[in-house]
Design a protein around this ligand. Structure first.
Ligand code: HEM
Length: 127
């Protein structure tokens, strides 16, 4: 797990990181975030403060405001979830917002996590 991340307890680390939904959950929970500017209970469109089952069905249905479907199993690399982890999309900056600008910044989600997430989507994004 990247050093800049917050330790998270309710995750099954025997399968993380891997091409699975648990890896997506860990990424959101472990990414430092403050105030109302992130995805936990703030004013943003994407809200991830949900139980695992709720989060799963929510994410699979979500279309982002500027970057198309959050998860696109027909075109995995076009999924907004993957695109925002690698760079800006639409008019919005790369995620995690402000703290990850270039590859290698400590707050960036490491490439091997992004590849697992893309692989999970390629596999049909199973629960
Ligand atoms: C790895 C963690 C993160 C991922 C995967 C992620 C993903 C995304 C995605 C997919 C969107 C587009 C939402 C939409 O249009 O429906 C978005 C928007 C946004 N994110 Fe993030 N984000 C992350 C971390 C953060 C953090 C830490 C912050 C705050 C510092 C942040 C702030 C924002 C803001 C302000 C927007 C625009 C408002 C919105 O549409 O929700 N994000 N993010």
């Amino acid at each position: 797990m990247p050093e800049a991340w917050i330790p998270v307890t309710d995750i099954d680390y025997s399968i993380v990181p891997g091409p699975n939904f648990e890896t997506v959950r860990l990424m959101f929970k472990a990414t430092p975030c403050s105030g109302s500017n992130c995805h936990f209970g703030g004013r943003n469109h994407l809200q991830v403060d949900k139980t695992a089952d709720q989060l799963y069905s929510y994410m699979l249905k979500l279309t982002t405001l500027q970057c198309g479907k959050l998860i696109d199993t027909a075109h995995p690399a076009e999924s907004a979830l993957v695109k925002y982890l690698r760079g800006p999309c639409g008019g919005l900056e790369r995620m995690p917002y402000f703290t990850c600008v270039e590859d290698g910044d400590p707050a960036c989600v490491p490439e091997y996590y992004i590849q697992f997430i893309e692989q999970w989507i390629t596999n049909g994004a199973p629960r």
